[in-house]
Ligand binder design. Structure first.
Ligand code: AMP
Length: 286
């Protein structure tokens, strides 16, 4: 695996491999890799001639008071994991290289959903994501790019970006990888101490329970939210509960039957995001 630390060197490596637009599968990450990230790399490996990844903790997508400085950085382990998963080339990005002096462009997607849920909770976050993803697509020129459904709203954002700007890349949404007790893997789970980590498994269980309740009887949003809050409070601070439908992350019609059940709840120092396809929804969450 080649490890490059400058955009220029990365581009030269890709050109040398003659994979500029054909057969390159790309997995953008912020590092602190776990089996969820690796599932994207493994899928990219199966579907592409060449597999590239990026490790870049993107300052633009962190708000004031968020954990940019503290975000886990585990580069040596990440590189070993990427190599073992079959990654051919990785860019370990730096803010100076991606955002040099004079950088003045922002990509902002003005779809209604970018102001809702995560967009409302984290002002500016999606602008930072859209900007860096646009840059990374420009840098790598991938044929396919792999994103986890763990960040469902981000998948909708990237799909909108690609459609609106006619970017020549196929977005491949990938199912959520979970720990042994059902908790969705996340780089931020390492902020949970042992006691909170045990409690955290109640979140995926609450999603399962709510999904079963929706399948058994008609529910509107209020009833769904009551169901989820009853299972999680007071240990969790529930931020939002909803059912949304891709590609544009619109609110599912009531009674809630199709789409993905989305819950975000704070547990101690961590915001836990999770979602689950309802029984009659298709696998890709549409
Ligand atoms: P991040 O490093 O958090 O920016 O995540 C990089 C990519 O990995 C994003 O597309 C995430 O949605 C995806 N990802 C993170 N956690 C998981 C998971 N548990 N299962 C599948 N994909 C994931």
């Amino acid at each position: 695996m080649q490890v490059l630390r400058e955009i220029r060197a990365l581009r030269a490596a890709l050109r040398a491999a003659e994979a500029s637009t054909r057969g390159l599968g790309f997995v953008p990450t912020m590092g602190a890799l776990h089996a969820g990230h690796l599932s994207l790399v493994e899928r990219a490996r199966r579907e592409n001639a060449l597999v590239a990844a990026s490790i870049f903790v993107n300052p633009l997508q962190f708000g004031a008071g968020e954990d940019f400085a503290a975000y886990p950085r585990t580069e040596a382990e990440d590189l070993a994991l990427l190599e073992a998963a079959g990654c051919d080339v990785v860019l370990v990005g730096t803010p100076d290289d991606l955002y040099p002096d004079g950088f003045a462009t922002e990509v902002r997607i003005d779809a209604p959903f970018t102001r809702e849920l995560e967009g409302a909770a984290r002002p500016g976050h999606f602008d930072g994501v859209a900007t860096v993803v646009t840059k990374l697509f420009g840098i790598f020129a991938p044929r396919r790019a792999y994103f986890g459904l763990k960040d469902l709203q981000q998948v909708a954002l990237v799909q909108r970006l690609v459609r609106d700007l006619d970017l020549d890349v196929e977005i491949v949404p990938c199912e959520i990888v979970r720990d042994h007790d059902g908790l969705a893997l996340s780089s931020r789970n390492r902020y949970l101490d042992a006691e909170l980590r045990t409690k955290a498994a109640r979140l995926p269980r609450a999603l399962q329970s709510a999904r079963a309740a929706l399948a058994a009887a008609p529910h509107d949003r209020q009833e769904l939210e009551r169901h989820v809050r009853a299972l999680l409070e007071p240990d969790f601070v529930v931020e939002y509960v909803d059912v949304r439908v891709l590609p544009d992350f619109v609110r599912a019609p009531e009674p809630l039957r199709e789409g993905r059940l989305v819950v975000t709840a704070r547990l101690g120092p961590v915001r836990l995001l999770d979602n689950l396809a309802l029984e009659c929804s298709s696998e890709d969450g549409a």
